[in-house]
Design a binder for this molecule. Sequence first.
Ligand code: SGN
Ligand code: CA
Length: 508
Amino acid sequence: MNKLLIPLALLMLWSCTGQEPEQPNIIFIMTDDHAYQAVGAYGSEINTTPNLDRIADQGIIFRNSFVCNSICAPSRAALLTGKHSHANGHLDNRHRFDSSQVTFPKLLRAAGYQTALIGKWHLKSDPTGFDYWNILPGQGSYYNPDFIEMGRRYRDTGYATTIITDLAIEWLGKRDTTQPFCLMVHHKAPHRNWMPDTVDFDLYDNTRFPVPENFFDTYEGREAAAAQEMSVIKDMRMASDLKITGSAGDSAPSHERDFIWYINHRLTPEQRAAWLKEYDSLSRAFVADPPTGDSLAIYKLNRYLTDYLRTIESVDRNTGRLLDYLESEGLMKNTLVVYTSDQGFYLGEHGWFDKRFMYEESFRTPLMMRLPDNYPVRGEVTQMVQNIDFAPTFLDMAGIEPPEDIQGVSLVPLLKGSKPKRWRDALYYHYYEYPAEHAVKRHYGIRTDRYKLIHFYNDIDKWELYDLVNDPHEMNNLIDDSEYDRVEADLRQRLDGLRKLYNVPDEG
Ligand code: SGN
Ligand code: CA
């Protein structure tokens, strides 16, 4: 039978028998910049996420989940196409997504799924392959966000994470219950500039978070790391990032002006009153007695983490609301619920915020799944998986043959509990957005279960080699250590092999 006809046949069978369709529903929840270090199920030492953890507790947690290019829009393009950046054409945030490409929502839709996308999109071209879409333009706004609903622009009142969840629940309530569905819920949070909901202002007040042991990293032997501009100490903006106004601490006064304008013009009087109550006294205390040196560095870290974690609190609460809805509607039985982020993030490790580097904190991303009842596996999955695997996985679960040129692999064998003998033993990574904000140089590399080899190129030509067992924080570049010559030679060969496998063009 033609492969596309199989889902149709299942659907007909279901409509005749009145039983649930075998094709599972899919709810894909993705946040923007949520570090695994700030997820309870991953052992967070700085916050709790009881609702996100519900997904892992009732399902599975991926211990080794990675992206292929740690930056927003490329990550989304990889998710939709199941292909590395060079193959889907979306190398960096400045590109416009070629929406004529084959994507998994298009294929699901052709096979009878209702498809919807709500929240951050960031791919510039309009979404394709969705019966319903309602997106934040560009980066979106935390407060009173604009939306573009199938081409119609409007402004809503409230907090982005809550509104996106409301819209998701509303869409679920209106959907055609005779068809399986795929709903993508894409939050803006916890993206910079970390503006919390007013209801979360009492959280983490005066908390002194543990300082990562490499917070004061000096980047010996790592030239690209030394050249970055994403330092908590040097590159955080006092006003928009840390919410401290009047300190004269911002390099460009326009940053503070723009931020104050946003507070005065975007927020409702009630929101503004709550905002000023929270941050005015902080600002006054800072200006009256400004910390200096290391104390200022630690102050910035604490201020950053306080607001970052508050935005995650709202994600957690709203995800709980969505899970409660699915439970109350009896939808859990046949629904795959995915929680992930478009990539990881630095929470002070190496002294940083932001992402982009192939180092662990930004290369990894949280991934938890609550599986439909007929998938028996629960607990941990330790195999290395990557964001190019989503598309083939969802297609596989729906019984749709993935396109031949897809580069990710289906995770279904892992979800079914078979222990595949030949799972991938190395990952390919490639970051392109340079020169650009945060000054992270172009690089590509390979990661195995133990080692990582990275080549920084373009206006630099440097290799880095890490032994992740002996040096999990990637402080010690072993590229010139002769004891690792054989490891390096092997990794170079395997990296060449991956570049051939994925047809990476020679440039870079
Ligand atoms: C904005 C942020 C950056 C961030 C990029 C990309 N600056 O430009 O810090 O790296 O987005 O983020 S800000 O001053 O506007 O906050 S991404 O998630 O869209 O890739
Ligand atoms: Ca992001």
